[in-house]
Design a protein around this ligand. Structure first.
Ligand SMILES: *Cc1c(COP(=O)(O)O)cnc(C)c1O
Length: 320
């Protein structure tokens, strides 16, 4: 390996935190290869295989592949089982970014969609997204604890481990990450688990996915709206598709109108070159009725902005 440059791989749809991690690890963002995605926004395995082979031929040292369980833009799930097999065959570390999506494992109805995640070397997930815990509560699961400590534990005179006294109980949490002094985030995570239980969190996941599917159905049934990506979990990307020459600007303005109205707080993203209204359903209190209220507001605001050129669903009563 001496002298060879480490390179890693993640889909084009991977979160910006992956490239940032490459920078922070000193490898530089260009050491992260971005793998194209297919029509369903999932990492293209054939392209990954080609890229790894090319890099090996060119003298690089592939060491890592990152799969996403629930991409930030559309909620797509990379082919995790295929990635696991490929990583094993190629001797790569297999990391899964499951920031929100990994929690879908807790829902019997949705867990099968994540098949392969159990083979990861490491999984990152957030308790502050789908697990209803207040910011911030990021979490990483590592298959082999020893490797984590090998990377982060420091042997310093003022940090000497003892058999007893306050310096007992190694490994310390500071051995498992870059922080020395650290907050007690584990407490709120514990309370969340104690309050909801894993089954309760699984129910939250299932309910959010149901609400997202309902939103997708309503969008499809409304002629002036269009769905921009398949709905895998709880993220729905849609937009108003008529009433203005510049639909990107119209939809961007509508999202700001919505946010400032206090009715709903979707975000925006770009899907296949189109600005999308992005609704990520993660709150255990969000219901179908909230979706109706949001869609009603979207259409009403669109009517206002376009001078009534955006009709409500033809032949249908107002959504609310
Ligand atoms: C939110 C998100 C992140 C960033 O996580 P934070 O812990 O909130 O900074 C990374 N990856 C994905 C897929 C996400 O959805």
């Amino acid at each position: 390996i001496q002298g060879r440059k480490l390179v890693g791989y993640a889909a084009e749809s991977a979160h910006g935190c992956v490239a940032r991690a490459f920078d922070m690890a000193g490898l530089g963002m260009q050491a992260l290869r971005r793998v194209p995605v297919d029509a369903a926004f999932k990492l293209d395995m054939a392209a990954l295989q080609r890229m790894v082979a090319q890099d090996r031929t060119a003298g690089f040292e592939p060491f890592l592949v990152v799969g996403t369980a629930g991409t930030v833009d559309t909620g797509a799930i990379d082919p995790l089982a295929d990635l696991a097999a490929f990583a094993r065959e190629q001797g790569l570390w297999f990391h899964v970014d499951g920031a929100f999506g990994a929690l879908a494992c807790l829902s019997p109805a949705h867990a099968p969609a994540l098949a392969g995640i159990e083979q990861a070397n490491s999984i990152a997930l957030d308790f502050h997204k789908w697990a209803q815990t207040p910011y911030d509560a990021g979490c990483v699961l590592v298959r082999e604890e020893g490797r984590q400590a090998a990377a982060f534990a420091q042997s310093l005179a003022y940090l000497s481990r003892e058999e007893r006294g306050v310096a007992a109980g190694a490994p310390w949490f500071c051995d498992l990450g870059p922080d020395l002094s650290r907050g007690f985030r584990a407490l709120k995570v514990w309370f969340t688990l104690a309050g909801f239980g894993t089954e309760g969190l699984g129910n939250v996941v299932a309910q959010c996915c149901d609400v997202a599917r309902y939103l997708a159905e309503r969008v499809k049934a409304t002629p002036s709206l269009e769905l921009l990506a398949p709905v895998t979990l709880n993220v729905v990307c849609f937009r108003v598709k008529e009433g203005a020459a510049d639909l990107d600007t119209l939809n961007a303005e509508l999202v700001k109108d919505l946010q400032e109205s206090g009715i709903a707080v979707p975000s925006t993203t770009i899907v296949q070159g189109k600005l999308a209204i992005r609704a990520a359903i993660v709150n255990h209190r969000t219901t179908q009725q909230d979706i109706d209220i949001m869609l009603h507001a979207v259409l009403e605001l669109a009517q206002k902005r376009t001078g009534a050129k955006v009709p409500y669903a033809q032949g249908q009563p107002l959504p609310v």
